[in-house]
Write a protein that binds this ligand. Structure first.
Ligand SMILES: *[C@@H]1O[C@H](CO)[C@@H](O)[C@H](O)[C@H]1NC(C)=O
Ligand SMILES: *[C@@H]1O[C@H](CO)[C@@H](O)[C@H](O)[C@H]1NC(C)=O
Ligand SMILES: *[C@@H]1O[C@H](CO)[C@@H](O)[C@H](O)[C@H]1NC(C)=O
Ligand SMILES: *[C@@H]1O[C@H](CO)[C@@H](O)[C@H](O)[C@H]1NC(C)=O
Ligand SMILES: *[C@@H]1O[C@H](CO)[C@@H](O)[C@H](O)[C@H]1NC(C)=O
Ligand SMILES: *[C@@H]1O[C@H](CO)[C@@H](O)[C@H](O)[C@H]1NC(C)=O
Length: 442
């Protein structure tokens, strides 16, 4: 943490706003919202969102529910049938241009409010409660009328809490800290009819297609556009993902173990399992198993160890070490992967888990019931004498300001310090990973 605070990266610092366990005030979500076993329910006289006609606007609300708008219709979440917009927001016009949920931590009277746009007007809502109707030019100076789309961009992903507005080929970056606009013609965000930020990804929808883009550079990611009907809704005969993969990998509530956990210096918390990961600190907006290589380029398959140090994220896979710069996006440092023997003084493969506590340089490497440490500030790095722990085997480990978490099967064990971890001859009481970390019912 010390380097984060002193370094260049202050602009990206995000305040940690959650604590463990995460059981309290959680929604009752037992399955992946996007598992596509059934088509959408439909309602006579209402359109079906699988018709390929796309959306006028998409936004999440303050509780993380996604809303899809077209004409006078609204779809709540990823699976419900259509209803009228005015059932939820009676004051809105029967067709909107754009909508977004504001992320503005420094302005509690606007944070998490929803804004809806039509022509030259904007409507502000707190949940379903109207907080007024304004002219766009009064509320968002220099943002044009008749918008195509809008989406939040929190600090960390943009330089400050911001809103991205789209119209035709132009993107307007509205910085909420200064109320000023920067105009961009980004290739990744042409002709957005709707835009959405989901978990930690930004998407521009063009009709029924969507493109993932980097909100800092406006670049589109590879292999887009994709058809939204395979991803953001349940449409008969459609879907994505590899159906031959064991579903217990993708189901975060299954009794399958996790390989590793990590929290980085920007407060992003991840659970890794086989070739996918779950982001834990954005649970409010939902859950999704993402491919590891979609966030950490070149990293394919199961990992053995992960830790964060000095604004970088380190992965151990077999005998190899991958190092990523941990900024808004993760970038693989040139020349990596390299052998862990050279880089960390760890001989051979067989690492079960690793952790490093915030503000220290001491990496702990767990193999079986043996723990050894290596001081990352020393050259050459050598693995020091170790200690034995009360667990015969661990899957993953993580250390943050709350203590050390050891993950074994479906349980985790909490230690207040490395001293306690080394000294205990019996394990503390187990707790459920799926309940406390993954918001599952059991
Ligand atoms: C969660 O939802 C399931 C299915 O809808 C229900 O059976 C269960 O009782 C709920 N659990 C809690 C704790 O609300
Ligand atoms: C809601 O909107 C629909 C479609 O525009 C309209 O037919 C209906 O009368 C509206 N209901 C109310 C209560 O305003
Ligand atoms: C408005 O929100 C409140 C609080 O969440 C809820 O109880 C109420 O049912 C909502 N009303 C409508 C019309 O959705
Ligand atoms: C959607 O993308 C496909 C290519 O991936 C393209 O052929 C098609 O024209 C696009 N449709 C729209 C409405 O942009
Ligand atoms: C699906 O997963 C299986 C087993 O993990 C793998 O062999 C296969 O190549 C994958 N298929 C695709 C299309 O990725
Ligand atoms: C996990 O659950 C499945 C079915 O729900 C069961 O067959 C299997 O034995 C369980 N595995 C473990 C390790 O508990």
């Amino acid at each position: 943490m010390k380097l984060l605070l002193g370094g260049l990266c202050l602009c990206w610092a995000v305040v940690l706003s959650f604590s463990y366990p995460w059981m309290k005030h959680l929604p009752n979500i037992t399955e992946d919202e996007l598992s596509q076993e059934h088509g959408h329910p439909s309602r006579a006289g209402f359109p079906n969102r699988c018709d390929g006609l796309g959306f006028d606007a998409i936004t999440l609300d303050e509780q993380g529910v996604a809303y899809f708008f077209r004409d006078a219709f609204l779809w709540k979440g990823f699976r419900a049938a259509a209803e009228f917009i005015n059932k939820t927001w009676p004051g809105l016009p029967d067709h909107i241009d754009a909508a977004f949920r504001m992320h503005h931590k420094n302005s509690p009277e606007q944070h998490d409010r929803m804004f809806f746009f039509k022509g030259n007007h904007v409507w502000q809502y707190n949940g379903n409660k109207s907080e007024g109707q304004f002219l766009i030019q009064d509320k968002f100076h220099e943002v044009p009328d008749n918008l195509g789309a809008a989406v939040e961009c929190p600090q960390g992903e943009c330089q400050h809490d911001s809103v991205l507005f789209f119209k035709g080929d132009t993107t307007y970056l509205f910085d909420l800290s200064t109320n000023t606009v920067k105009v961009r013609t980004w290739t990744g965000t042409h002709q957005c009819t709707a835009a959405m930020r989901w978990i930690d990804r930004h998407y521009c929808f063009q009709g029924s297609n969507f493109t993932r883009f980097n909100p800092h550079t406006g670049q589109a990611f590879e292999n887009y556009p994709k058809d939204a009907r395979n991803y953001f809704m349940r449409c008969e005969g459609r879907g994505h993902g590899n159906k031959t993969v064991d579903p217990s990998i993708y189901n975060r509530c299954s009794n399958r173990s996790f390989d590793e956990f990590n929290e980085d210096e920007l407060g992003r918390v991840y659970a890794f399992r086989a070739h996918v990961y779950f982001r834990l600190d954005s649970k409010k907006d939902g859950w999704h198993p993402w491919q590891i290589h979609s966030t950490w380029p070149s990293l394919h398959g199961k990992i053995d160890g992960v830790f964060t140090w000095n604004k970088k994220m380190y992965f151990i896979q077999g005998s190899q070490l991958f190092i990523y710069k941990a900024e808004a996006q993760y970038t693989l440092i040139e020349g990596y992967p390299k052998p862990i023997t050279e880089e960390l003084g760890i001989s051979g493969a067989g690492v079960d888990a690793t952790f490093i506590c915030p503000g220290t340089s001491l990496l702990y490497v767990i193999r079986g019931n043996q723990v050894q440490s290596v001081n990352l500030e020393q050259t050459p790095r050598v693995l020091g004498n170790g200690f034995q722990i009360a667990h015969s085997h661990v899957d993953g480990a993580m250390c943050n300001t709350e203590g050390i978490f050891i993950f074994v099967g479906t349980n985790y064990y909490k230690y207040s310090s490395t001293k306690e971890f080394a000294a205990r001859t019996e394990t503390p009481d187990p707790h459920s990973i799926s309940v406390d970390f993954m918001s599952c019912v059991h």
